[in-house]
Design a binder for this molecule. Structure first.
Ligand code: PFF
Length: 459
């Protein structure tokens, strides 16, 4: 017991040294929820729900969030708080203090690399959202037919200069926040942006309620017909649960490392997951009624947001204002995610190389921006180039979402369950039934589930 306490104190004091802390529990929750809530919720969740047939998919997804998402989220925050560093540094330190192989740091490296690559293409897509704010506000969609709107979208993708311009702007917005640090940058941004996001979303749901098809949208989202549910849909639900909670990228490790000792990890993890899910469902409620009211079909793939929705807004009363607000919402959601994607690399540069945050943010941002050019060009000048049968953008997306993210998630779960001593995790979570349940899930259930999805997706 004596060693127990003194070891904990040692971990504690060295981890705490000079580390910036979130100002409050709420600040951490908003930052983590800001990372989680992004294009995944507003762009991807509605369209995959459309593709996989609605309610039954939603229920499966909710189960994945609760049974696999939340336990891994807790594991990442715990590793971060106990490791007191970014993903690479935290895993290295904990492997040492727990007398485990230093090879566990691979999980930190792959997480950081994953966030680096994801940010490069995420910023390009986020740039589309900003460009749509301008297009919607200037009335480009007003009264337009499907062909005209299709032409706006393909025109955007065909122009390297335009894509790169918006991508550059988005990376600059991201660097501007991260360069200021945890309190003055991240925390300040999310405390303004997240409430704004919720207000915008509620306004848009209110607007959807004024259409004749609101109840149709509700039934579509919540009426569960399990006979419709395919194996593929179950796997997509699990994969999406991972992506939407920003797991397997070291982000929640980085964010958790700035968390105070007295904040409950389980409580905050549940709050974050609930906020993320509520936003995804509200986005569905804002989108589907508008789509149905215009006689359009929801399962329109990724084009749902960038083609179907502008068509719908372009042809309804108030569409100019609400269509513009929708793309502002998408931009805000993406922004609070991109700042989290830059954070792991910046913390690594600061901690392992002693580079000042300001310089680190600009350096990492520039490198990621350069990699983003590959994605931007893959929609036009380089559209012919393919590797392993995929275009460059799709390849980066596949490599991260289907390979790096689940593998890192698996390693994190294994480390938290088997690498970290039971005493250490109990010290973080509080010893009791909750810890026992979490420990069982993270040791057996989560790794098995992640492995199944991983193998299936590869085949
Ligand atoms: N969770 C974000 C979304 O749903 O859009 C995307 C994301 C952010 C994924 C950060 C991964 C990540 F590390």
């Amino acid at each position: 017991m004596v060693t127990n306490v003194s070891q904990t104190a040692a971990v504690e004091s060295s981890a705490a040294q000079g580390r910036e802390r979130w100002g409050s529990r709420l600040a951490f929750v908003l930052a983590a929820a800001g990372s989680a809530v992004g294009l995944g919720n507003i762009w991807k969740f509605p369209y995959i729900t459309g593709e996989y047939g609605g309610g039954a998919f939603v229920v499966t997804y909710l189960a994945c969030i609760a049974l696999i998402g939340v336990p891994i989220l807790m594991a990442e925050v715990m590793i971060g708080r106990r490791g007191g560093n970014g993903p690479v540094g935290s895993l290295m330190r904990l492997a040492i203090t727990e007398r485990r192989s230093p090879l566990w740091a691979i999980a930190g490296w792959s997480g950081m690399l994953g966030s680096f690559i994801i940010l490069s293409f995420y910023s390009v897509i986020a740039g589309w959202a900003v460009s749509y704010v301008v297009a919607a506000a200037s009335g480009s969609f007003a009264g337009a037919d499907a062909d005209a709107i299709g032409a706006v979208f393909s025109g955007l993708l065909a122009s390297p200069g335009t894509l790169i311009g918006w991508h550059t702007l988005f990376m600059a917005m991201t660097v501007a926040v991260v360069a200021r640090g945890v309190r003055a940058g991240l925390e300040r941004a999310v405390t303004v942006l997240m409430p704004a996001l919720f207000v915008l979303l509620l306004v848009l749901v209110g607007y959807a309620m004024t259409t004749d098809e609101f109840s149709h949208g509700v039934t579509f989202l919540f009426a569960a017909d399990f006979s419709q549910l395919s194996t593929e849909a179950v796997l997509a639900a699990l994969g999406h649960a991972f992506f939407t909670l920003s797991l397997g990228m070291g982000i929640m490790i980085a964010y958790g490392s700035h968390l105070r000792r007295d904040t409950s990890i389980a409580g905050t993890a549940v709050t974050i997951a609930v906020m993320d899910t509520v936003v995804a469902l509200l986005a569905g409620l804002a989108i589907f009624p508008v789509v149905f009211a215009n006689g359009l079909t929801p399962g329109a793939g990724p084009g749902l947001i960038f083609q179907t929705l502008p068509l719908a807004f372009g042809n309804m009363p108030g569409g100019l204002v609400f269509g513009t607000l929708f793309f502002v919402l998408l931009t805000v959601a993406a922004w609070t995610s991109t700042i989290s994607l830059l954070e792991p690399t910046v913390e690594w540069l600061e901690e392992q190389h002693g580079i000042r945050r300001f310089t680190a943010a600009i350096g990492a941002g520039t490198a990621i921006w350069a990699l983003g050019l590959v994605s931007a060009l893959s929609f036009n000048l380089w559209s012919e180039i393919s590797l392993f049968g995929k275009g460059l953008f799709d390849l980066l997306d596949f490599l991260t979402a289907n390979i790096m993210l689940p593998l890192t998630g698996l390693l994190v779960a294994l480390f938290a369950g088997w690498g970290l001593s039971r005493r250490a995790s109990a010290d973080e979570l509080g010893d009791g039934t909750l810890h026992a349940a979490w420990h069982f899930v993270i040791r057996f259930v989560t790794p098995a589930a992640v492995l199944i999805v991983f193998v299936y997706n590869l085949l």
